[in-house]
Design a binder for this molecule. Structure first.
Ligand SMILES: Cc1cc2nc3c(=O)[nH]c(=O)nc-3n(C[C@H](O)[C@H](O)[C@H](O)COP(=O)(O)O)c2cc1C
Length: 328
């Protein structure tokens, strides 16, 4: 896939760990698909260890979630190269059981996750403070990926806004650079600095005309995304938590506000059924579904009581029964 062929602005569904798995991506695809999907972040050092089978589930996907970018993180450049080459030659997709011809459309490197445990090990957003390793990781991934696009998702600095970090990334011949408009220190506590994302795009115009710039942070609907893309001349907009307010967030005209109680319950029922069909033997613990309960079971009479019942269910069978009964 050539990212340059995407519409302008294009919309990307953000990677949200423990949220945007194949099940939820399929639900979003059925409501209103974005132009690009991302997997949750997956650790390459784990993938190249005996723990591989456990991690592979994070990369599972179906042909309906396309184009899909595999997001990787880790520390060892050699492992990035090995996994990138397994993705590029299609062998990883075959290992996941996908038919010939169905593959990831690109590889993204996570250089933005602010979590303490990750940062303590020197990975993700900690790479902002270790530019030599960051460059080594990018080059190793590009060497493994061959012609498959390689991109980076990062923040605007570690403790302070740092455009020299962005400048360094823009010299790496990336296909795409996604900027979450906050520093690591800011976590998610302040509004995203869209003006700085605009400065990144200006820098791109000088340093790397072929690198697409995607802005990210606090976008809750498509119209807002279009306005930000126009204001700052961005190529794309990434939306993460906005999907919790509206599963049709990527639609040109979302029907969500008018969704009836029955329709909302039915959409959640579909997600629970897909979850039950996809994740066997506790591959994903049932409580991961609870985050979604409030998305659908909300804003109608009795929703609070129904949520309480649903969130105390112990099996998917129990959940499905409760939802079937609630629809009547
Ligand atoms: C629960 C959760 C999980 C996340 N997991 C990832 C991840 O796996 N990889 C990543 O690059 N960013 C991850 N992020 C960051 C989001 O992709 C995004 O950059 C951030 O939420 C800001 O965008 P938003 O305001 O549209 O949500 C995560 C954020 C949240 C809230």
């Amino acid at each position: 896939m050539n990212f340059q062929d995407l519409p302008k602005p294009f919309f990307v569904m953000a990677p949200l760990d423990d949220v945007t798995d194949t099940v939820f991506r399929q639900i979003i695809a059925s409501c209103a698909p974005p132009d690009v999907f991302f997997t949750e972040f997956v650790n390459v050092d784990g993938l190249m260890s005996p723990g591989r089978p456990k991690l592979l589930k994070k990369l599972r996907f179906t042909a309906s979630e396309q184009p899909l970018i595999a997001q990787l993180w880790g520390l060892q450049p050699a492992n990035f190269q090995a996994v990138a080459s397994q993705i590029a030659d299609g062998s990883l997709a075959r290992e996941l059981g996908l038919p010939e011809g169905v593959n990831f459309a690109g590889i993204d490197l996570n250089m933005g996750c602010p979590e303490k445990t990750v940062v303590k090990n020197g990975a993700c957003s900690a790479l902002i403070n270790d530019p030599d390793l960051a460059v080594e990781i990018i080059q190793a991934t590009q060497a493994g990926a061959g012609n498959l696009p390689v991109s980076v998702k990062t923040r605007i600095g570690f403790s302070v806004i740092d455009l020299s970090w962005i400048g360094l990334l823009l010299k790496q011949n990336l296909n795409m650079l996604t900027i979450h408009g906050r520093t690591r220190k800011e976590m998610s506590k302040v509004p995203a600095h869209w003006d700085v994302i605009g400065q990144v795009r200006e820098l791109r115009d000088k340093l790397a005309v072929n690198t697409l710039i995607v802005g990210n942070g606090d976008v809750v609907n498509r119209q807002q995304g279009i306005e930000l893309a126009q204001k700052y001349h961005l190529d794309g907009i990434m939306i993460g938590r906005g999907v919790f307010h509206d599963p049709f967030v990527f639609a040109e005209s979302s029907p969500w506000e008018d969704y009836t109680r029955q329709q909302k319950i039915e959409l959640y029922r579909r997600q629970v059924q897909l979850f039950a069909d996809t994740w066997q033997n506790n591959e994903r613990p049932l409580p991961t579904l609870n985050k979604f309960c409030k998305v659908y079971i909300n804003d109608f009479e009795g929703s609070k009581e129904l949520r309480e019942q649903l969130m105390s269910a112990k099996t998917t069978g129990e959940l499905l029964n409760l939802l079937e009964n609630a629809k009547k």
